[in-house]
Design a protein around this ligand. Structure first.
Ligand code: FES
Ligand code: FES
Length: 215
């Protein structure tokens, strides 16, 4: 960074504006990557969660009771037989990091969550079949892995940011499985995540930075 850039950043902070990196980090919070907030629906019984916002949704008699552990919190809730896990996590539990870029066709990776240690597409996974599952979403992953989030911000992995939570989930699943992946391994692991803004090379840089492979 040149002295000129440093001076600009200082002036920006003094005037209350944000530098590009600060803006990106703020955006990460706004996009729900770092947020831990949760809103629950009326038929959701938080076993250990203390606070909840309730909105009523009528259920059919075919609805099944399932138990999920999500980001370390245990929930007991009702799920209709045709509800996708994505619907339950985003619409019922309020986990807004889980996106939908392909209208639930399993083609974009923006709804990726980790279930029982493996990355899955929550839009094509039936919630009723997930009873007893342990699920991690980008909300807790970001909070528990600040180095990963920092590397994403520092390497400009976000343009619009819509795809970013799905990438972060896939990256975390990869690093859990293979602590020092090759570049090819990183490309394979992120291959199911689509970015309309074309940030693909930046994700490779970010993950390589986390594992100390960048020059
Ligand atoms: S929303 Fe596109 S793969 Fe799930
Ligand atoms: S940053 Fe815009 S879709 Fe990926």
């Amino acid at each position: 960074m040149s002295p000129h850039e440093k001076k600009e950043g200082t002036e920006n902070r003094k005037s209350g504006s944000l530098s590009r990196r600060e803006f990106a980090k703020e955006s990460a919070v706004i996009l729900g990557i770092c947020s831990g907030s949760v809103a629950l629906s009326s038929d959701t019984v938080p076993i250990t969660k203390a606070s909840a916002v309730f909105t009523g949704v009528p259920m059919s008699q075919a609805a099944k009771t399932i138990r999920l552990t999500v980001n370390g919190w245990q929930y007991e809730l009702q799920a209709e037989p045709d509800w996708a896990l994505r619907e339950v996590l985003r619409e019922r539990l309020g986990l807004l990091s889980i996106k939908d870029m392909c209208n639930g066709h399993g083609a974009c990776g923006s709804c990726t969550v980790i279930m029982n240690g493996r990355p899955i597409l929550s839009c094509i996974t039936l919630a009723a079949e997930c009873d007893g599952a342990n699920i991690e979403t980008a909300e807790c992953i970001a909070a528990a892995n600040p180095r990963l989030v920092d590397a994403y911000v520092m390497n400009h992995c976000m343009q619009c940011g819509y795809c970013t939570p799905g990438f972060i989930v896939s990256a975390k699943a990869l690093l859990d499985r293979i602590p020092e992946p090759t570049e090819g391994g990183i490309r394979d692991a992120l291959g199911g995540n689509i970015c309309r803004c074309g940030t693909y090379p930046q994700h490779i840089l970010a993950i390589r930075e986390v594992i100390g492979q960048n020059a």
